[in-house]
Design a protein around this ligand. Structure first.
Ligand SMILES: C[S@@+](CC[C@H](N)C(=O)[O-])C[C@H]1O[C@@H](n2cnc3c(N)ncnc32)[C@H](O)[C@@H]1O
Length: 279
């Protein structure tokens, strides 16, 4: 019998800044190309969508005029505000699935909008797939630019598959397991068309296969990554079974992600990156 299916919103704020820095510190630091593309200037007013704990945002606060980071996680925003909040950088809790409703942000005043590793969460639901790019378009000044990087088609497919398997093992049907999943990893073609539908001219769009080495930290590594990034799926099983669920996923993944030579563990990150100009 499947456990009572949880709604995605029941997953709560699982984004612990401590767990993020232990299990996925490479997310904020492995996008130098995106930061380079941004070319922040003193005159730029920049919106960072899904800014997390501010570590990624901190790459361009000094070079920009003003930065607003928005994220749905109160814990991440509190960490960002504590670490990087200033006259030049503010951080605010916003569920960007409903960015189109945020009239104080979506107001045609931003020179640049940037997002790193957050859109595949934000655009999970069909309706936010349709509303997110138009909202970002409306947030920008005429000819403003949108710089994005997020999980593209095939991103962490080994972890995704193992998490689906774990849910089925815990009594969910495959259809229910798919509903519990909180990720959307679109293709380059889908993304280009969706940006164009929203009124953007796509200036650059590229896919990078970037195998990513997991941390060796005690609470990090593969188990830490699964616990944090796979939380909506892990938390769909009863609390007393979660530790075993993480173990089960790690056991399935072990031979796939581990390099024989040195025992290091790697996940198959696929990044979809680009620049779109408001026309
Ligand atoms: C992998 S982290 C990336 C954080 C940051 N951009 C970085 O590069 O380190 C993904 C972030 O997306 C945020 N996120 C997920 N769903 C969101 C939503 N609906 N609205 C806003 N932020 C969301 C999470 O809270 C988390 O901070």
């Amino acid at each position: 019998m499947a456990p009572t299916a949880i709604k995605p919103s029941d997953a709560g704020d699982f984004w612990s800044p401590k767990a993020y820095s232990t299990s996925a510190p490479f997310v904020a630091t492995s996008s130098p190309t995106l930061v380079k593309l941004l070319q922040a200037h003193k005159s730029d007013k920049i919106l960072d969508v899904g800014c997390g704990d501010g570590e990624f945002t901190s790459n361009f606060i000094d070079s920009a005029g003003f930065v607003l980071g928005v994220d749905a996680s109160p814990q991440m925003i509190s960490a960002a505000q504590d670490r990087f909040g200033s006259k030049k950088a503010e951080f605010s809790v916003v569920d960007c699935r409903y960015l189109d409703k945020e009239s104080s942000i979506v107001n045609g005043s931003w020179d640049k909008v940037i997002t790193n590793s957050a859109l595949h969460w934000i655009m999970r639901d069909e309706d936010t797939r349709e509303s997110t790019f138009p909202a970002i378009h409306s947030a920008l000044k005429p000819h403003g630019r949108f710089y994005f990087e997020f999980g593209g088609h095939g991103h962490v497919s080994e972890a995704f598959t193992a998490l689906m398997y774990m849910l089925v093992q815990h009594g969910y049907s495959m259809e229910e397991a798919r509903k519990i999943n909180r990720w959307f990893f679109p293709s380059k073609e889908w993304t280009q068309k969706a940006l164009e539908r929203a009124g953007f001219e796509v200036e650059l769009i590229e896919v990078e296969y970037r195998p990513t080495k997991l941390t060796a930290a005690e609470d990090g590594g593969l188990a830490g990554w699964i616990k944090l990034l796979g939380a909506p799926m892990i938390n769909a099983v009863p609390a007393e079974k979660r530790e075993n669920a993480v173990k089960q996923v790690c056991e399935v993944l072990e031979p796939v992600v581990t390099k024989g030579e040195d025992g290091s563990q790697w996940l198959g990150y696929v990044r979809l990156r680009g620049i779109a100009k408001k026309i």
